[in-house]
Design a protein around this ligand. Structure first.
Ligand SMILES: Nc1ncnc2c1ncn2[C@@H]1O[C@H](COP(=O)(O)OP(=O)(O)OP(=O)(O)O)[C@@H](O)[C@H]1O
Length: 231
């Protein structure tokens, strides 16, 4: 389980996170919802170690990772799909996937067939350059690249942003499949409420750097959540 315990994060004098606490459990999907600029990406950057927190703690299965550099968090099982995908445009699809090998021991450096069964289009395009793929295909590649690292915690920043509906559905199906496997905690930041609601087990809503609502999907009051998400 990932436990984020009352973290504060600053950019210079500006405070982006205010005593934020969340928990992401193995075998469940947690979605973090909120408007633009409320701190969702900052929370993910704190979790993966791209920006150090000023106070509070981040724990993964009882190990304190608060001060661990990001490459060691990757090695301990954090897979991150950043906003904007950040795939390498001049590398082929296969080469993009192989960049995920860096966090793995030599014997583990294989691309599981499961990844291609989740995203068959990637198998058909292994020799194509990443930059030649559509936005939706690039998003699938970014998720697949994270899966190559065999993550125990999969973290996605707005995976539906700018993507066509059929691929949004495929991504949802893939996350639900991975949840069902039961060996991964999934944390997904979203602004697309209905999609996130349908796939999640737990949710948290952020506003102005703080978590303002949280709970299980069954106990969610949709009107309250929507009220926090409209401008
Ligand atoms: N590198 C940075 N330097 C200074 N301020 C930043 C930086 N990154 C984000 N911020 C500010 O921190 C606040 C939270 O931004 P963040 O990107 O975490 O929000 P968000 O909810 O993910 O929004 P979006 O959906 O637009 O990505 C915003 O006010 C933003 O302007």
């Amino acid at each position: 389980m990932l436990t984020v315990d009352r973290i504060d994060l600053f950019y210079g004098a500006a405070q982006a996170l205010r005593s934020v606490s969340i928990k992401a459990e193995t075998g469940r999907i947690l979605t973090v919802l909120g408007r633009n600029g409320v701190g969702k990406s900052s929370l993910l950057r704190a979790i993966v170690g791209q920006h150090m927190v000023a106070s509070g703690a981040i724990r993964w299965n009882d190990h304190d990772v608060t001060r661990l550099p990001s490459h060691l968090r990757a090695r301990s099982g954090f897979g991150y799909v950043p906003q904007g995908r950040e795939i390498f445009p001049l590398l082929t699809v296969r080469e993009n996937l192989m960049t995920g090998f860096a966090a793995l021991k030599r014997a583990e450096r294989v691309i599981d067939d499961e990844i291609f069964s989740l995203f068959p289009v990637l198998n058909d395009m292994l020799g194509r350059r990443g930059g030649d793929l559509s936005g939706g295909q690039q998003q699938q590649l970014a998720i697949a690249r994270a899966l190559v690292t065999k993550p125990k915690l999969l973290i996605l920043d707005e995976p539906t942003e700018g993507i066509q509906p059929s691929i949004i559905k495929d991504i949802g199906r893939a996350l639900v499949h991975l949840r069902r496997r039961g060996d991964m905690a999934i944390l997904v930041v979203e602004q697309y409420f209905e999609w996130a609601r349908d796939i999640c087990d737990d949710y948290a809503v952020m506003d102005r750097g703080a978590v303002v609502l949280a709970g299980t999907r069954e106990a969610m009051n949709e009107a309250d959540v929507r009220g926090r998400m409209t401008v």
